[in-house]
Design a protein around this ligand. Structure first.
Ligand SMILES: Cc1cc2nc3c(=O)[nH]c(=O)nc-3n(C[C@H](O)[C@H](O)[C@H](O)COP(=O)(O)OP(=O)(O)OC[C@H]3O[C@@H](n4cnc5c(N)ncnc54)[C@H](O)[C@@H]3O)c2cc1C
Length: 364
């Protein structure tokens, strides 16, 4: 295999492209709009499962491997592009943990580091019951990650075709022979679909599309003085993420509304209610903006990273749902294992292609 076409330029498309290029392939990325502007731009950049004890081993395995690889990737992206992805091992405080003893026991069994909070939450103290402090959780700043990744991929020789949507995959027998776009026909030895929430629609015509559907998430952005609080704070489904320059993300909603990317007053009220309840000082901070993104939702949050059951040169790396940034470096390793037979430190079997029903998941 000498050449590869990647369909979709989010974090999983661009990182897969870069890794395949570094493995010696000629790689072209077809991106419908501009690269890195969908879910990968919209996410909060927490590099961890929110409550790791709530997930199965296959989700934890990819997230942990991703976490372990992120410091090296952040360094590489910074050096190669000159753009700082703002990787920050800030830790995460989980407040009001239900069944705290069980969660602590899970952390002990799984070697998930837990420690005493190294500081007091002066402003958060009133609501801070049953806390678990996870010191190894880090964060990165999504728009910067994507800018750094784009430049790094280009400098490594990946060819980007932005504003070039894949409209149809052409097949002869067990092979994809070409990808139609408004800008002409593209072909390569292999094709990888990394189209995030739009993956099911792109594959629907071929049959066997994995079950991947959009799940909207909204975030409200504040600007406060830098250093208001030092770490990611999670409480009952919502979180605060402080950036080094004083921006604070408040997230997020989980909404099954198809491909509707609008923001809503209801989500804003939900997020502000949470934020002011946990950190009353935010009432004095400026609200900068609100946005929405579409996660590639999948059953059990288990992505599909595998070859198509019938088409021998078609692969997918999608369905990372809530943790696509955390998982991306590990998902890339699994993809390379599937495509090139290189080593992956996680067992690749759980991410096998499980055909779902494309009905109702196609963008119209
Ligand atoms: C509000 C929110 C908060 C989140 N927080 C976190 C977090 O803290 N930590 C974490 O790890 N994850 C988080 N996530 C999830 C994470 O952002 C996603 O799992 C991840 O970005 C998915 O990346 P992707 O590359 O698969 O998809 P995307 O980033 O959506 O990229 C897919 C790309 O494919 C392109 N495309 C679609 N159709 C076509 C086509 N026909 N032809 C060509 N290109 C096409 C799209 O334009 C897009 O650029 C969050 C997501 C949201 C929305």
């Amino acid at each position: 295999m000498n050449s590869c076409l990647i369909l979709g330029g989010g974090i999983n498309g661009l990182l897969s492209a870069l890794m395949l290029r570094q493995a010696g392939l000629e790689v072209h990325v077809l991106e419908r709009g501009a690269t890195g502007r969908e879910s990968s731009w919209a996410g909060a950049g927490i590099l961890s499962l929110l409550l790791p004890w709530d997930y199965g081993p296959e989700v934890n395995a990819l997230a942990r491997r991703g976490r372990a690889l992120w410091p090296g990737w952040a360094e590489h992206l910074l050096t190669a592009s000159g753009i700082d992805p703002e990787y920050l091992p800030s830790g995460m405080a989980v407040l009001d943990v239900e069944r705290r003893e069980n969660a602590l026991a899970w952390c002990g069994e799984q070697d998930e580091a837990v420690a005493q909070l190294p500081f007091t939450f002066a402003r958060i103290a009133e609501t801070a019951a049953n806390v678990i402090w996870l010191p190894d959780v880090a964060q990165a700043r999504n728009p910067r990650v994507m800018q750094a990744l784009r430049v790094t991929a280009l400098r490594a020789g990946v060819v980007l075709h932005e504003h070039t949507p894949a409209t149809r995959l052409l097949t002869i027998g067990p092979k994809v022979t070409g990808v139609e776009t408004p800008n002409g026909l593209f072909s390569a030895d292999s094709v990888v679909v990394t189209a995030g929430a739009w993956t099911g629609g792109l594959l629907a015509e071929l049959g066997n599309a994995p079950e991947i559907a959009p799940v909207r998430g909204q975030i409200v952005l504040f600007k406060a003085a830098p250093g208001l609080f030092p770490c990611v704070v999670y409480r009952r489904g919502h979180y605060l993420v402080p950036r080094a320059d004083g921006h604070i993300l408040v997230g997020s909603t989980l909404e099954e509304v198809g491909f509707d990317q609008s923001t809503t007053a209801q989500a804003r009220a939900e997020l502000l209610d949470f934020a002011y309840g946990v950190l009353p000082a935010l009432r004095q901070a400026e609200i900068v903006t609100q946005w929405a993104g579409l996660r590639p939702g999948s059953p059990g949050n288990v992505p599909t990273i595998d070859r198509h059951p019938a088409l021998e040169n078609l692969y997918v790396n999608s369905g990372h749902f809530r943790y696509g940034v955390t998982m991306a470096p590990a998902a890339g390793e699994v993809l390379l294992q599937r495509m090139l037979g290189t080593a992956a430190l996680v067992d690749v079997a759980p991410y096998a292609w499980k055909p779902g029903s494309p009905v109702g998941w196609v963008e119209r």
